[in-house]
Design a protein around this ligand. Structure first.
Ligand code: EPU
Length: 410
């Protein structure tokens, strides 16, 4: 059983959109509460390649100075190593009227096209040239647009928001994504001279500055990582004697809290903390992933691990990505009883004891799920490809050691 306090860091999926936003500024921009994770290092390398100056000012404080920006083309290998590099094209287009980047491609969790981004940029009056190397997007002028997302996309909403901020005229984004990272980004941009209304609702209105660059009055404090916190909540429901999760934002976790409580987990909350303990009898509950405020797809694999230890049968329905159930074979080899129904659904029968094995992390979130399964299993497990876990979770073994986990990095 695990017991003690564990700290949540700044949100990966917040900082990875905040750092590109620095290209909209006239001078240096500070970022505080920055998680030290591999994806952030890659984003900083991309910004440096473009000519921006990235400096570390403290343990979690970075500054990006865009005044030395010289390029508008993303370095191929680097950009391909993190899909979220596509976000840089939004502010590049806004500021320099051109952006070139490689096909970001699919990954293990799905095909992950960027067609919605391209539709959005066209609505702003941009021209798009695609060839086998990638895309070149350019515009003489970025004009405000009335654009409807045919399906909500988190990163496309953020990227088009960053394109619209310096545009000429008013932009309306309809059927926008609602994830909390979006209002956090808007709030910071507004405090720096942007005019964005409705972020966090389906309809956003952005009055462009017509080329006037933003000026930061204070560093952007990155909001707590709700996936970090949600993963620890699930871990607590699985193995917690009592785990206190510190520096989180409980308001961003209402659905996972409700789901875990209905499984029997005992959860208490404070203004910026949660505590969780494993119930005597863990109940199985069906799950359907959904866009925010629904149950995040990023917590689906950890939840499946929890369900392997719950009494009964649970149906897990992954609605967001088509490749995000690719880890079940490995869990079955550990002793789980999971049956695939179709590409989007699995049935988990529990409880089944798990036994330690060698497993390879396929992606960030399934990687963490494997770590949780390994902690729950009898015997030792070896997790390979931990770079995937390091992409999204800072020093996970040190943080988990504080609550009693025995993990050694080799
Ligand atoms: N989609 C398209 N075309 C597009 C864009 C998206 O068809 O042009 C589809 C996607 O393939 C997917 C759906 O729309 O089926 C929703 O995807 P979305 O665009 O919202 O996802 P994302 O912005 O690419 C972000 C997070 C993911 C998280 C999802 C869902 C970042 C950097 N990534 O991805 O995080 O799972 O939202 O909440 O913010 C992770 O952190 O491990 C991760 C994958």
């Amino acid at each position: 059983m695990l017991e003690g306090e564990i700290e949540v860091h700044g949100g990966k999926n917040s900082v990875l959109k905040a750092l590109p936003a620095s290209l909209l500024f006239a001078g240096p921009v500070g970022f505080d509460n920055v998680p030290r994770i591999e994806d952030v290092f890659r984003m900083n390398e991309l910004l440096t390649e473009l000519g921006a100056k990235v400096s570390k000012k403290g343990k979690r404080l970075f500054e990006v100075d865009p005044r030395t920006l010289k390029g508008t083309s993303l370095k191929k290998e680097l950009a391909k190593s993190i899909r979220v590099s596509v976000v840089l094209a939004g502010p590049l287009l806004a500021r320099a009227k051109r952006a070139a980047f490689p096909h970001p491609g699919g990954d293990v969790i799905g095909k992950r096209p960027i067609d919605i981004f391209l539709e959005g940029w066209r609505a702003f009056g941009a021209k798009i040239r695609a060839n086998k190397e990638g895309y070149e997007i350019s515009a003489k002028k970025i004009k405000g647009a009335d654009f409807t997302f045919r399906q909500p996309s988190v990163t496309a909403t953020e990227t088009l928001m960053l394109t619209a901020v310096l545009a000429k005229g008013r932009t309306i984004l309809r059927n926008a994504a609602l994830e909390p990272e979006i209002p956090a980004l808007a709030e910071f941009l507004n405090s720096s001279g942007a005019a964005i209304k409705g972020a966090g609702t389906p309809t956003m209105e952005i009055v462009g500055t017509d080329g006037r660059l933003l000026r930061a009055k204070k560093p952007f404090r990155i909001i707590p990582d709700r996936i970090d916190a949600g993963s620890f909540l699930i871990l607590g429901a699985l193995l917690g004697k009592k785990i206190k999760i510190k520096n989180c934002e409980p308001k961003h976790l209402e659905t996972p809290i409700a789901v875990l409580e209905s499984c029997g987990a005992k959860i208490k909350r404070g203004p910026n903390w949660l505590s969780v303990s494993r119930p005597r009898h863990l109940k199985s509950r069906d799950l359907k992933t959904k866009e925010y405020p629904g149950f995040a797809t990023d917590l689906q694999a950890p939840y499946t691990v929890l369900m392997t230890q719950a009494g009964g049968q649970s149906l897990i329905h992954e609605t967001v990505f088509e490749g995000r159930l690719n880890y079940i074979e490995e869990l079955n080899k550990m002793g789980a009883s999971i049956t695939p129904c179709d590409p989007h659904r699995i049935l988990v029968f529990g409880p089944t004891p798990l036994k330690g094995r060698e497993i390879a992390a396929p992606d960030i979130r399934a990687g963490l799920a494997f770590l949780m399964a390994a902690l729950c299993a009898k015997g030792e497990s070896r997790i390979k490809n931990v770079y995937q876990i390091d992409r999204g979770y800072e020093k996970i073994e040190e943080r988990l050691a504080k609550i009693g986990a025995e993990i050694k990095r080799i």
